[in-house]
Unconditional design. Sequence first.
Length: 160
Amino acid sequence: MAKENDRGVIFDIVQHIDTITKRTNGWNLELNLISWNEQLPKFDIRAWSADHKHMARGVTLHADEMDQLLNSYRAYRNQKVVDDAKAEQEEMKEKYSNWRPYKSASDLPHETAAMSDEVTEAAIDAESDNMVQEDMDLTASQVADAEPACYAETAETAPF
């Protein structure tokens, strides 16, 4: 049902998609599909009064602009996940750079305890590196699993 606001603009909320934020003053920030002045509907993000008679300034987007907005947001989120994982990996490298789980040959597993001192030092370093790498591999796999399925959606599978 088309309505006319106090400035003579005709609008019809063709489809309410989502309420983004409910405010305590009764106005809600919404995502809607709106036909302005009886034209083709466009995506619209703006605050509305509860009765939809009054509206605040907002953003109106064509479908291709909405696709680009979503793709830009997904790229930003994906890059943030990667950057956060790299930062965490660097923190782990720094944390473990001077850490050695085995302080002497007597701490090593039985098969390496009988080696010479040079070989023992190399074995200690190798075992420490393996433990650090296992921790970093675990972190990388957690990052790979962290991306919600909604961010993996492509423009072809989007509902609009």
